[in-house]
Ligand binder design. Structure first.
Ligand code: FAD
Length: 511
């Protein structure tokens, strides 16, 4: 058995340097605490940068806004009302600068593999690295590994997958990067398609240019299945000709994302599908004729894995009902987006099922055929509910507090939530918001000399977030304001999310 070769001491130990972890480290350090940020890879940003998920979903505010604005100032972000885009390499470098400027310390190549727990508290985490085993001791720990590795090692309760799908996780999608693309030509082809007679927003094939093209390729025998449900092509900031793009497109099904052998199977599957999809794009899609596959994302695109069971488990019904909390630390107005674990007609469930309509959610009776595809093992409940984008739900601070040990918090996609709630909240801006709140909370727990994180009144964290400029007392602005003020009605699109369309067929947002 390897002995630990070194021990580090600090106040706050942040495990995982993705969007949530970077934000947690910055926030705790800016409150004056000693912070060590442990990241198993060699750069920050997690799925956003290393997974090539470069479009930032959710309500951008607080540290996510600061990161984007700093990148934009240097020409490395595309600021737009919804899904602003970051250049992944500069994104990593900027996050690193923000962490270092906050005076938090980063340890790269530091895989948190184990914990020492006694007296109901984590006493230290054990890191596997080039020095063998290293111990890192702190007062408060924040698990931002995305997979709740720390909570798992500490024996805390967690959930994984979806009971409706026999415990399977959401489908997995690896990002990739293409060069020598003519994005302007592609965008024009999409715009022309939308003006053509073929286009029908309510149809799963004719409502999307890229799906329609894949359908043609299947008919010609060039593809055997729809590999990508939509046109998630992100321009590379700083490239005026848009010849470089990142994409997350292809789906791998029947996944268990906490299983080593299955994770390896997913990666091989993704490599094959990305190659097929690139060949399809080159042959069928205007603008991609000369595309070159520059790289697979260095981090596999796992959407969900373990979700801790915390002091509050945020549910899909809270989101549908646009619930507010006294200790609400983030506003969220995005749609449900749990990508369906099994292959089928629909790629993502952008609605949930309920026994009754839930206001202000957008409700309609369950549409049988489609909903059985999305619920292979159970009978769906009688109502479909979609989120109402004119409203928002808050994330309570309590859903960041892990049960089982006293000094552990969580932030990011492994926070305390149900499967369908997680499918919506897991995106980048809320992950950074949760990180910011967890960092502030950790600092308060130390200042107040509390015995357990759960003793902290989350309202104080909310107040501090507001003091720091996070707009928790105002309705979400920009994109969300445009939707609130647009007079139109909700239409369910073929891709299962709602569009707002007025009498003239106009859609203000291209959601
Ligand atoms: C295909 C796909 C498409 C998506 N599309 C969007 C989108 O369009 N917009 C959007 O906003 N979001 C999107 N998301 C979601 C979003 O990218 C993630 O949910 C978000 O990045 C979560 O942030 P996080 O910090 O919680 O976790 P992650 O981004 O997963 O970061 C976790 C970090 O922890 C590190 N780590 C893990 N385990 C350990 C360990 N044991 N020790 C040390 N370090 C560890 C990892 O290396 C990583 O850096 C998408 C996700 C996927 C997979």
């Amino acid at each position: 058995m390897l002995q630990t070769s070194k021990t580090f001491f600090t106040d706050v130990v942040v495990c995982g340097g993705g969007p949530a972890g970077a934000a947690a480290a910055i926030a705790a350090a800016r409150e004056g605490k000693g912070v060590i940020l442990l990241e198993m890879r060699e750069s920050l940003g997690g799925l956003c940068t290393n997974g090539y998920i470069t479009g930032i979903a959710g309500n951008v505010d607080g540290l996510s806004l600061e990161w984007l604005e700093r990148l934009d100032k240097e020409g490395h972000a595309v600021m737009r009302p919804h899904l602003p885009v970051v250049e992944p390499e500069f994104g990593k470098a900027m996050l690193e600068q923000m962490v270092l400027q906050s005076e938090a310390r980063i340890l790269y190549g530091a895989h948190v593999a184990d914990v020492n727990v006694s007296d109901g508290k984590i006493q230290s985490v054990i890191v596997y690295c080039k020095q063998g085993k290293v111990e890192v001791k702190g007062k408060v720990y924040i698990d931002c590994t995305g997979d709740a590795d720390v909570a798992f090692a500490a024996g805390c309760p967690y959930d994984v997958g979806n009971a409706e799908f026999m415990g399977l996780n959401q489908s997995v999608t690896m990002g990739f990067r293409l060069s020598y693309v003519n994005l302007k030509k592609y965008n024009k082809a999409v715009a022309d398609f939308k003006k053509s007679d073929i286009y029908d927003v309510t149809d799963v094939v004719r409502g999307s240019f890229i799906v329609y093209k894949q359908d043609q390729a299947i008919k010609n025998g060039d593809l055997h299945e729809i590999l990508s449900p939509g046109n998630l092509v992100y321009p590379m900031p700083g490239d005026p000709e848009c010849t470089d793009v990142t994409l997350d497109a292809t789906h791998t099904f029947d996944c268990h994302t906490d299983d080593l052998a299955d994770l390896s199977r997913q990666i091989v599957d993704q490599h094959r599908k990305v190659v097929w999809f690139t060949n399809f794009l080159k042959k069928y899609v205007p603008g991609f004729e000369n595309a070159v596959l520059t790289s697979f994302a260095p981090m596999n695109g796992v959407r969900d894995s373990r979700r801790v069971v915390g002091e509050y488990v945020l549910s899909e019904y809270d989101l549908a009902a646009a619930k507010k909390f006294e200790d609400g630390i983030w506003q969220h107005s995005e749609f449900f987006d749990a990508h369906v674990p099994t292959p089928g007609h629909h790629t993502a469930s952008r609605h949930i099922h309920a026994w009754q309509p839930i206001e202000p959610g957008v409700c309609r009776p369950t549409q049988d055929a489609e909903d059985y595809v999305m619920n292979p093992y159970v009978v769906p409940r009688p109502y479909e509910i979609r989120t109402n984008p004119r409203e928002y739900c808050e994330i309570p601070f309590r859903s960041l507090i892990v049960k089982g040990v006293d000094n552990l918090m969580v932030a990011g996609r492994c926070f305390s939530s149900t499967y369908h709630a997680n499918g919506s909240f897991r995106v980048i801006a809320p992950s950074m918001g949760m990180g910011q709140a967890a960092g502030i909370g950790a600092s308060m727990v130390i200042d107040k000399n509390l015995d357990a994180v759960r003793e902290l009144d989350g309202k104080l964290v909310r107040e501090r977030m507001i003091e720091l400029g996070v707009k928790l007392n105002e309705l979400p602005g920009g994109y969300w304001k445009t939707i609130r003020e647009f007079e139109g009605k909700f239409v369910v699109a073929g891709t299962d999310w709602i569009q707002i369309i007025n009498d003239k067929g106009e859609n203000p947002t291209q959601m």
